[in-house]
Design a protein around this ligand. Structure first.
Ligand SMILES: [Fe+2]
Length: 415
């Protein structure tokens, strides 16, 4: 039975539709992680570069401009001074496109592009209160930094720096390249690790499948051997009974035939039918232990002899219990002389207390006993035997079993 339950070994590849979907989802997650980390690195690179540039520019402003200058406005002398500090060489060195100094209202007080002096940087008014800010432009980087003086609360002005594409730009692209290389390498490493794990797990499962298949095959062989041994045991028991009492051996075969037909009629499962047949064949095997002169006695049995004959159901049950595969038939044999309404032997059970196979055997047993010749009387006609069954319906026999059996006989007659 266990061999039948064994699942066949599956030969499947790890690269199937499910794993491809899983792979696509993983790739999308990896791409998302790569994009997210790239944005963070761009921001941090721009901030670091912008902060350094702002520090260089504001250091020069603090050396040349006072807080009063922001309040009073820049004169030509101060503008010339700043021009000399923020000359072309300085701007080229730090790749700066333009520098503007604004007061707290956003008015441009100084600009490397002189056309902007006096204009208002309305956009920068919103930035004026912030500490500092670097923002990407279409072709560069915009840096805003407040101008602070230690003896003043608040910011009297701010500096706006526009950086052209250059070193910071290259740095960002290099960081992006490193980021994506790291993402791709980690993805490949992870996939390789998963592939190795799945391959090893598959090998382990296949090895276990082979071991289980081998064990199941051995178990099936053992079961087959056990079944053959049990069949041999049944044959040996029947042969022993036949040698002692030819009538009982033939009777057992007839009872088994009737019992199986009743069982089929009552819808018993194939497995239970097999058990019923075995129990029917062996139901009187206990008569091996009854003296021959009592079994074949012509005439009535006295009380002592009758009590001895009644022991055959218990004796038969004890005999089959010794055989492993026949154990389940023991109770069926033990109770085949119980009466549906009570008063039978050995336990005096009633109704459903008596196993259904035993109730079936009771009907088949009496019908065959009546319709075959015995040492002490001749066989009665089938109609007479059916009448006996009807008279015992509900008292000696289970009514449902009697009805099923009569239907079996009618079907046989009609056929
Ligand atoms: Fe019996």
């Amino acid at each position: 039975m266990l061999a039948d339950n064994h699942s066949p070994k599956k030969t499947s590849t790890w690269l199937n539709a499910g794993s491809v979907r899983w792979l696509v989802v993983c790739c999308l997650i990896w791409l998302g992680l790569g994009y997210f980390s790239s944005c963070i690195m761009d921001r941090q690179t721009a901030d670091a570069f912008g902060h350094n540039t702002a520090q260089v520019v504001t250091a020069l402003i603090y050396q040349n401009v006072s807080a009063n200058d922001f309040a009073q406005g820049f004169g030509p002398e101060l503008i010339n001074k700043l021009d000399s500090r923020f000359g072309p060489q300085f701007l080229n060195t730090y790749q700066i496109r333009s520098i503007e100094l604004c007061d707290s209202a956003g008015k441009v007080l100084y600009a490397t592009d002189k056309t902007n002096i006096g204009k208002y940087e309305t956009e920068n008014l919103a930035k004026i209160s912030q500490s500092w800010l670097a923002a990407f432009e279409e072709d560069g980087l915009s840096i805003h930094s407040p101008v602070k003086f230690a003896d003043l609360t608040g910011n009297p002005g701010s500096v706006e720096i526009s950086l052209a594409s250059g070193e910071w730009d290259k740095l960002i692209w290099n960081m992006r390249l490193i980021n994506w290389a790291f993402i791709a390498a980690s993805a490949l490493l992870m996939l390789a690790a998963i592939y190795v794990l799945i391959s090893r797990a598959t090998v382990t499962i296949e090895t276990k499948d082979e071991v289980m298949e081998d064990l199941n095959n051995r178990l099936a062989e053992s079961n087959a051997h056990l079944s053959q041994t049990s069949a041999g045991t049944v044959s040996a028991l029947l042969a022993a009974l036949d040698a002692k009492d030819r009538y009982t051996a033939r009777h057992s075969s007839n009872v088994a035939s009737y019992a199986v037909k009743i069982g089929v009629r009552m819808g018993i499962t194939p497995a239970d039918l097999e058990l019923l047949q075995t129990a029917a064949i062996l139901h009187d095997i206990g008569k091996i232990g009854i003296p021959e002169h009592i079994l074949n006695k012509r005439g009535s049995l006295d009380d002592r002899e009758f009590t001895l004959v009644q022991k055959h159901s218990e004796l038969g049950s004890q005999i089959v219990e010794f055989v492993y595969l026949l154990k389940e038939a023991a109770d069926i044999i033990l109770f085949h002389h119980e009466r549906f309404g009570g008063g039978g032997y050995p336990k005096g059970l009633t109704g459903d207390e008596i196993p259904l196979p035993s109730r079936i055997l009771a009907v088949a047993d009496v019908y065959d006993a009546l319709t075959t010749d015995r040492p002490y009387r001749s066989a009665v006609p089938s109609e007479k035997a059916k009448q006996v069954l009807m008279e015992g319906r509900g008292s000696q026999f289970d009514p449902a079993v009697v009805d099923a059996f009569l239907q079996v006989i009618e079907d046989k007659t009609a056929a």
